[in-house]
Design a protein around this ligand. Structure first.
Ligand code: NAI
Length: 246
C-alpha cells in the first residue's frame, strides 16, 4: 500500500504481537526496521528467521524501554550505525491488573514505567534526531482503557491516558519541524497480551464490540503505516481508534 524504501523505522516491542505485524508490514513496504524487545529471545529469533525476503533489513535490539540509560545507549548506536530515525512506533507495553486497593506499588510503577516513561524515553532521543533533519513520524500505541478507564486497570489506564496527553503536547512542540506525533488506539486484539483472560470474559468482551470480534495485529499495523506515510502529513496530535466500533 505504501512505499517506505530508504526509511529507518524503530518499533519497540517489535518482535511479537502487534509490534511484529507492524515490523513486518514496514519491511514488506521496503523500510529498514529496528525491532526492539525486552526479554523473549525465542520469539525474537523466530521472527528473525521467519523470512529470507526481509532478513537483511531487520535488526533486533534487546533493552528495557523504561530504563533511560539503556535507551540512551541504544540511540547512540543508532546515531553511529544509521544516522537517522524516520519513524518511531512506541508499541512496547505491559499490563499488571488488580483492583487499586490491592495493587502492589511495584505493579503501579512497572506499568507506568514501561508504557508511559518508556514512551517519554524513546520519544526524547528520537525527537532530537528528527529535529536535526526537520522530518519524522512518531506513533504511540495507546488503548481505549485510557479513555474509558477499565476496572482493575488503574495503572494501565493511567499510563495509556498519559501517552495520549504526551502525544498532544509533543505534537505541538514539533509541529513546525516537519514532525507529526499521533496515537493509534487498538481495541481487543488477538495477541499474547490478552491470552490470559478467562474464555467467559473474552466472550463477553466480543459481545461488547459492535463488530462482534477481536481485531488482528495486521489491522492495527495498517493504520500505523497510514499515520507514518506521506498521505497523513496533516494528521497531528490525533488518536486513531482501531477498535471495531468500541
Ligand atoms: P504483547 O504482549 O504481545 O507485546 C508486548 C511487547 O512489549 C513485547 O514485544 C515485549 O517485548 C515488549 N515489552 C514489554 N515490556 C518491555 C520493556 N520493559 N522494554 C521493552 N519492550 C517491552 O502485546 P500486544 O498485544 O502486541 O501489545 C502491543 C501494544 O498494544 C501494547 O502497548 C498494548 O498496551 C497495546 N494494546 C494491546 C491491545 C490488545 O488487545 N492486544 C489492546 C490495546 C492496546
Amino acid at each position: 500500500m505504501f512505499d517506505f524504501t530508504g526509511k529507518v523505522v524503530i518499533v519497540t516491542g517489535g518482535t511479537r504481537g502487534i509490534g511484529r505485524a507492524v515490523s513486518e508490514t514496514f519491511l514488506l513496504s521496503g523500510a529498514t526496521v529496528l525491532a526492539t524487545y525486552a526479554t523473549n529471545e525465542v520469539t525474537a529469533a523466530d521472527f528473525l528467521n521467519a523470512s529470507d525476503s526481509y532478513k537483511e533489513k531487520l535488526f533486533l535490539y534487546k533493552f528495557d524501554v523504561s530504563d533511560y540509560a539503556e535507551v540512551e545507549s541504544f540511540y547512540k548506536l543508532i546515531d553511529k550505525n544509521y544516522e537517522k530515525v524516520d519513524i518511531l512506533v512506541n508499541n512496547a507495553g505491559i499490563r499488571k491488573d488488580s483492583v487499586l486497593g490491592m495493587m502492589r506499588e511495584s505493579d503501579w510503577h512497572d506499568v507506568i514505567g514501561v508504557n508511559l516513561t518508556g514512551t517519554y524515553n524513546m520519544c526524547k532521543f528520537a525527537v532530537l534526531n528528527m529535529m536535526r533533519r526537520k522530518s519524522g513520524r512518531i506513533i504511540n500505541v495507546t488503548s481505549p482503557a485510557g479513555d474509558f478507564g477499565f476496572a482493575c486497570q488503574s495503572n494501565y489506564s493511567a499510563s495509556k491516558a498519559g501517552q495520549v496527553a504526551l502525544t498532544k503536547s509533543l505534537s505541538k512542540e514539533v509541529a513546525t519541524r516537519g514532525i507529526t506525533v499521533n496515537c493509534v488506539s487498538p481495541g481487543y486484539i488477538d495477541t499474547d497480551f490478552i491470552k490470559d483472560l478467562p474464555e467467559e470474559l473474552k466472550k463477553r468482551y466480543k459481545a461488547e464490540v459492535p463488530q462482534r470480534r477481536f481485531g488482528t495485529a495486521k489491522e492495527v499495523a495498517s493504520c500505523i503505516l497510514f499515520l507514518a506515510s506521506d498521505v497523513a502529513s496533516y494528521v497531528n496530535g490525533a488518536t486513531l481508534k482501531v477498535a471495531g466500533g468500541l
